[in-house]
Write a protein that binds this ligand. Structure first.
Ligand code: SF4
Ligand code: SF4
Length: 357
């Protein structure tokens, strides 16, 4: 007997509508405006007069199952059983009854979660996978986020900044890397160290050679075995060869550093999107609390808070005052590493992420 045809297994993201608060489903595409009644709370009003309140709390993004259960229990008990996560690792509870907002905030606060992250606050740092998920990181990402947000907690809870501040972290230089008002990214400072005994067994040499953006890798015979060699004068220490060829080890406790970039903006709502620029380099990659990187971030935030006009984003502020004053106001040293002197820059002059006066 012919078997019934097996139905295809769907994969990918499930349809989000089934999980939405019923009031959101009803008013999909019909929202008239929103207000910010208090830090961490949004009120959306639809064209039909329906109102829904959102309470936002920060999380550490990589959540264990116990924390998730606790957050869901709070949603069932004090909210209306509907949550979603923002791309910046915040959990949001949606309620159609204003009377539920304060008890929900109290329950979250009593359980140790921080409510905030709306309007002109420092939003939750976004981060890449770090040591937990990825095979190429040079630092942790969730650890940096946790350490920094512990120190910026008041900026998350309050509306103290001239405008919204988006911060990002990235644990390698090449892949899902961060771009934001302030970005904390890994910076390798030495060429990869090759374990020649392993290359021929592990790496597809032509694809590793092709991967180098500055053509610094060549096939080579080492001790009679096929391997690779790196022209260290050309190498820009990007780390792109490490993922396809782990024997080209680039991570290093001493030489993998952190760099801080500012002024990146994806949005084109009020102005063009902007590239971030490097403003501090060679910062120690110092777990578990990364105090040196946090100190630099705080200097930049302090100068921005004191000197930017209302509604200026980080890139607008720097554009208005110019880079020399940015370095004066933040107290960061300006070094030769900030200037684009790469010989390939002729082709990238208008797209370079380095500073030009
Ligand atoms: S930034 Fe790089 S190391 Fe970090 S998770 Fe993404 S690909 Fe992996
Ligand atoms: S680190 Fe980057 S520039 Fe250096 S050899 Fe590897 S891929 Fe090429």
């Amino acid at each position: 007997m012919a078997q019934e045809m097996r139905s295809p297994i769907e994969s990918g993201c499930p349809d989000g509508f089934q999980y939405m608060h019923p009031l959101m489903r009803k008013n999909y595409g019909q929202w008239a405006y929103h207000e910010d009644p208090q830090p961490g709370v949004l009120l959306h009003v639809s064209k039909y007069g329906d109102k829904i309140w959102t309470v936002r709390a920060g999380t550490q993004r990589i959540l264990d199952v116990f924390t998730l259960r606790e957050l869901c229990d709070i949603g069932d008990k004090y909210g209306e059983g509907y949550i979603h996560f923002t791309i910046r690792s915040n959990i949001e509870y949606l309620v159609a009854d204003e009377a539920k907002v304060e008890p929900l905030i109290k329950a979250l606060t009593d359980a140790g979660y921080i409510v905030g992250g709306t309007r002109n606050s420092v939003a939750m740092l976004s981060h890449t996978q770090g040591w937990l998920h990825c095979d190429i990181p040079g630092t942790d990402a969730s650890g940096v986020v946790k350490s920094m947000m512990d120190e910026l907690i008041d900026e998350f809870k309050g509306w103290n900044m001239p405008n919204r501040v988006h911060m990002t972290t990235s644990c390698c230089q090449i892949n899902c890397g961060g771009q934001g008002d302030i970005a904390i990214n890994v910076q390798h400072t030495k060429p990869p160290k090759i374990n020649h005994d392993l290359v021929s067994n592990v790496c597809e040499r032509p694809s590793v050679v092709a991967r180098c953006p500055v053509a610094a890798i060549r096939p080579a015979l080492v001790n009679g075995k096929p391997s690779l060699e790196v022209d260290e004068k050309k190498c820009i220490c990007c780390g792109a060869c490490f993922p396809p060829c782990p024997p080209m080890q680039i991570n290093d406790a001493e030489h993998s550093k952190l760099a801080i970039w500012v002024g990146g903006n994806h949005s084109n709502a009020r102005g063009k999107p902007t590239f971030q620029k490097l403003v501090a380099s060679g910062i120690p990659n110092n777990p578990p609390r990364w105090p040196e990187a946090t100190a630099v971030v705080k200097k930049i935030l302090h100068a921005y808070k004191e000197n930017a006009k209302d509604w200026e984003r980080m890139n607008d502020w720097i554009e208005r005052i110019g880079w020399p004053r940015f370095f004066e106001q933040t107290g960061l040293p300006f070094t030769k590493y900030h200037i684009d002197n790469w010989r390939g820059a002729r082709a990238s002059l208008n797209a370079s992420t380095h500073i030009r006066f």
